[in-house]
Design a protein around this ligand. Structure first.
Ligand code: AMP
Length: 321
């Protein structure tokens, strides 16, 4: 964002540039230094055309590209994905786009926090090279009528409670994959089910890229970092950490799968201001319900809880094995 202007600190004489008296460099070195500085600055791109041109140029230079799709209101959870991508790719593109097609509740979309300026500052600090922040008309010049269906991953849990949600996720993520043509795309395990659905879509559409799942970043009290946490009142913030605490506690009780599920729901519902929408203990790959700890190699408990008066919908998960 900050455009370094070295002209103000260099003086040019006979094809040589003198810098702070003690150093002398050629004009070519000067241009290299300037380009290196500009490279560190993050570009903000708003149009699909400009993004595609930039990506083509990077591809011609054999650069590897990491993509981090986000909806903005960025926090340390997003930052962890961006830092990982910066480490593993030549160029990191972060999309900031509040995708209307994945919101089944217009009120949820309306109250979603929007913080573009501070988002760009955080991304620049993390070392991202490109922030892609298009308008809705830019991404959807025509209504997207594509329909995606990957049962059971998109039908259970969030899929059952938020009709159309994963269809909208597949619409935007596939568009971003076409536009940014990444080698790797980074997603948080915070949205555990989303990763399972996107893996199926990548397989189905034959995208040649790697999906990189990244661990959940939490507050010190265990609450999963989320853009929606900004909407919680102080008293709601105080009770929300109980969700993860109870899920963690349930691992050491020696109960069966069904007893564990019922115990978690009972404990969380007993806290004033929290109400479980569902708690499903599932095969970590297929997301099908399991009823015994031996039934699958990987077992995960996925929960959604209504918190407070608004109420704010919080999602979380824990791994049993
Ligand atoms: P969102 O902006 O909510 O769509 O999130 C963009 C990406 O950041 C998704 O892949 C999320 O799973 C990921 N993400 C959000 N919160 C966290 C978190 N607390 N830890 C790790 N990843 C996260």
């Amino acid at each position: 964002m900050v455009q370094g202007n070295l002209c103000t600190i260099f003086s040019v004489f006979h094809g040589k540039v003198s810098l702070c008296r003690n150093y002398s460099v050629t004009l070519y070195d000067f241009l290299d230094i300037r380009l290196a500085l500009i490279d560190k600055d993050m570009e903000i791109i708003n149009t699909v055309k400009e993004l595609k041109e930039r990506i083509s140029a990077l591809r011609n230079d054999n650069k590897t590209i990491g993509l981090v799709p986000t909806m903005g209101a960025l926090h340390e959870g997003h930052a962890s994905l961006v830092r990982r991508s910066v480490q593993e790719n030549d160029v990191t593109v972060v999309s900031i786009f509040l995708n209307p097609t994945q919101f089944n509740d217009p009120k949820d979309l309306e109250r979603y926090p929007r913080t573009l300026d501070s988002d760009c500052k955080l991304l620049e600090e993390c070392g991202a090279q490109i922030a892609f922040a298009p308008s809705v008309a830019e991404v959807y010049p025509e209504p997207d009528t594509r329909h995606f269906s990957y049962p059971p991953t998109d039908e259970v849990m969030e899929g059952a409670r938020r009709p159309g949600h994963f269809n909208g996720v597949c619409q935007i993520v596939s568009k971003l994959f076409y536009m940014a043509d990444p080698d790797r795309a980074y997603f948080g395990e915070k949205d555990y089910q989303q990763i399972a659905v996107i893996r199926r879509m990548v397989e189905d559409l034959g995208f040649r890229l790697e999906i990189v799942p990244c661990p959940v970043i939490r507050e010190d009290n265990g609450l999963a970092r989320s853009s929606r946490n900004a909407l919680l009142a102080p008293e709601e913030k105080a009770i929300a950490p109980n969700i993860y605490r109870i899920l963690q506690e349930s691992k050491s009780l020696g109960l069966s799968v069904d007893e564990t599920r019922d115990w978690c729901v009972e404990q969380i519902n007993a806290i004033d201001g929290l109400e479980v929408e569902y708690y499903s203990i599932v095969d970590g790959d297929t997301l099908a319900d399991v009823h015994s700890w031996d039934e699958a190699e990987s077992i995960v408990g996925c929960i959604t809880v209504y918190c407070g008066k608004t109420p704010i919908r919080l999602i979380d998960h824990t791994r049993y094995k």
